[in-house]
Design a protein around this ligand. Sequence first.
Ligand code: HSE
Length: 427
Amino acid sequence: MIKIALLGFGTVASGVPFLLEENASKIEQAVGGRLEIAKILVKDESEKQRLVEAGHDYHFVTDVAEIMTDQDIAIVVELMGRIEPAKTFISQALAAGKHVVSANKDLIAVHGKELLALADQHQVGFYYEAAVAGGIPILRTLANSLTADKVTRLLGVLNGTSNFMLTKMVDEGWSYEQALATAQELGYAESDPTNDVEGIDAAYKAAILSQFGFGMTVDFETVRHSGISTITPADVTMAQQLGYVIKLVGDVRETASGLSVEVAPTFLPKSHPLASVNGVMNAVFVESIGIGQSMFYGPGAGQKPTAVSVVADLVQLGRAITDGQVISAFNGFAQETHLAQPEDVTNSYYFALSIKDEAGQFFKLAQLFAKENISFQQVLQTEGDGETARVVIVTHEMSLVQLDRVRTQIATADQVTLLNHFKVLGV
Ligand code: HSE
């Protein structure tokens, strides 16, 4: 029997004992023994009391030392979220020679390097399949199943909350505010939804995907990210008319100079497989030399989906313990990190602009783009009130350097206002 401890007993954590019981025989066969929840850390006595009264028959503790000093506990499962005290507790567990399973993407994206080094130093495992796209087994797939393949690009719909909101904005014509209020009512978005809607949560996941797809540990600060809060109904309508769907997309790819890691609202062609990922669902689209294109789709959150990924980590660790094997690293792929130079990161872009509605203004606008050697793919004048006109431009591929320069040009030009700009994915 292998004893485990849970740190936290929230929604996902309570799904772990449920699965251990529901699939007991299958899990026991995979592990070669039983996984037993020996102790559960809760916040305080009143939480302990509440859980006991609700009928939970576990050994609840309020002092983490009772877990860290217990020599019989082999694996600690951290499901508290956020940085502290999770980071301290994980560090203590690793230093005490315990294997750790976590779903904490914020912590792993920002402090993963340090924690993995600690795990390595103490020859224990630190596994976190549930940290990216909850119920989709994408990390182990990249680390194990695609070992013999070379990944060139990962594109992901990685945040269920913003995808739910965008789906409502596209399919039902809801405003951003209406979609956010409903996401909060349904419990998808937090009362402070910043991480979800500003692309921060997806950026954590993109940083972790970089390790698994490309063996590169990127500093979270270098992940370019923007969110969905600036998308207007006019942009949504225009995307539809041009044959696109707007999604918040994580994009990790190789360029000539290094890795580009970005999360941004993106116009996806309606024919792209990611365009049909709707509601709270997540997906990761993998471009690789061997397989070509593959897509992994499923729920990115929720009690059982996330707990399935947590238990998968427990089973891997449990099997190695049963067999007396040295625990292998969750991701064995590592190479020197090189980040892409901005001139090597190219995309098409959608620009929505307001210009004065009179002869010659369009010519001036075209000159601003021509000066930066940016070529147009599609141009549309969508509406006018006699004074100003709304103009939409979709460009051919241009670099981040060109993007910066043309934005500066527009900002300093007379009678032209940049209303919005978004990345456009080619077919
Ligand atoms: N808040 C996340 C989402 C779920 O909306 O996808 C956990 O990562």
